[in-house]
Design a protein around this ligand. Structure first.
Ligand code: NCD
Length: 304
């Protein structure tokens, strides 16, 4: 495995399977009443979050703590970043404090890549702009594997605001590596121009894709990244691309419904679908901790 995890494309098939298998092992520990392992005792993990986050930040913190690492949480708000300090100066500060790993979320695509050039420790991308979010793709693959078995030949449909989604890009790359067949479904205005070169199919018709899907992954409509009108009205979006009870009825019995969170209930996904037995949304959060433990363990644990 490489020293950093910046893109899902950094992972070979063997790397990805090793992470998923390691997460399986670590999940057994998470079921025990004492969840802690001594593996990363004396190592320091810094969570460097320049963008809002609930589950990803808490998940990385829980993962590092369960491996006994010292965790420093840094959020840009209330720090010298709000006084105009650059990413480079922040990186040099972390370096001086001896960070063994830096987990970074940043609004600019490419920020983790720059950071990796300035620090000695491992850099883990926890979401950069509209670019990538590789640990989300890993926890999603892990969740699919637990529910469906091997991903080879499985059909995964990713629906919604692909244009602004780092989750979609990382999922497409990782799922292709793991042998799944991905179809993106979105209005043409919410697909990036580069999508033709991605290893996946594209469709504009959700209803025709649903019957052959093993997994339907709904994406949040990212209003905070939209500076123009990408669809006529929310109702119209929901009618064409939202997952409601009638659409779910088109799925086969074993098919699962995923969402990385946070959800716009009633917009891209109906509340009753989000809370149904097919939904893996809460499992995804729990699996996030074990998957991130596996990533930190393999990047910092040393002997692999
Ligand atoms: C995603 C993100 O931040 O990219 N959420 C997450 O990490 N759980 C998706 C989103 O914000 O819609």
């Amino acid at each position: 495995m490489k020293r950093h995890l910046i893109s899902a494309a950094d992972l070979s098939r063997d790397d990805a399977l090793l992470i998923l298998d390691t997460a399986d092992e670590l999940a057994r520990i998470s079921d025990r009443s004492i969840k802690k392992l001594p593996t990363l005792r004396g190592r320091t993990v810094v969570n460097l979050f320049f963008e809002d986050s609930t589950r990803t930040r808490i998940s990385f913190e829980a993962a590092a703590k369960r491996l006994s690492a010292d965790v420093i949480n840094f959020s840009a708000k209330g720090s010298s970043v709000s006084k105009g300090e650059s990413l480079k100066d922040t990186a040099l500060t972390l370096e001086a404090m001896g960070a063994d790993a830096v987990v970074i979320r940043h609004g600019a695509s490419g920020a983790p890549h720059r950071l990796a050039g300035w620090v000695r420790g491992s850099v883990v991308n926890a979401g950069d702009g509209t670019h990538e979010h590789p640990t989300q793709a890993l926890l999603d693959a892990y969740t699919m594997r637990r529910r469906l078995g091997s991903l080879e030949g499985r059909r995964v449909t990713v629906v919604g605001d692909v244009l602004h989604s780092r989750v979609a890009r990382s999922n497409v790359l990782l799922l292709a590596t793991l042998g799944a067949e991905v179809t993106l479904v979105a209005p043409p205005t919410l697909l990036p121009v580069s999508v033709g070169s991605w290893p996946c199919e594209v469709s504009y018709d959700l209803d025709s894709v649903l019957p052959k899907s093993d997994v339907v992954m709904m994406l949040r409509v990212q209003r905070e990244r939209m500076n123009a009108a990408f669809f006529p009205t929310e109702r119209e979006y929901s009618r064409r691309y939202g997952l409601d009870r009638d659409r779910v009825a088109r799925l086969h019995d074993e098919a699962i419904v995923m969402h990385p969170g946070p959800m716009n209930r009633g917009m891209e996904i109906a509340a009753e679908v989000a809370d149904s037995a097919r939904s893996t949304i809460v499992e995804q959060v729990a699996n996030g901790v074990t998957t991130r433990m596996a990533v930190l363990y393999l990047l910092l644990g040393g002997d692999i």
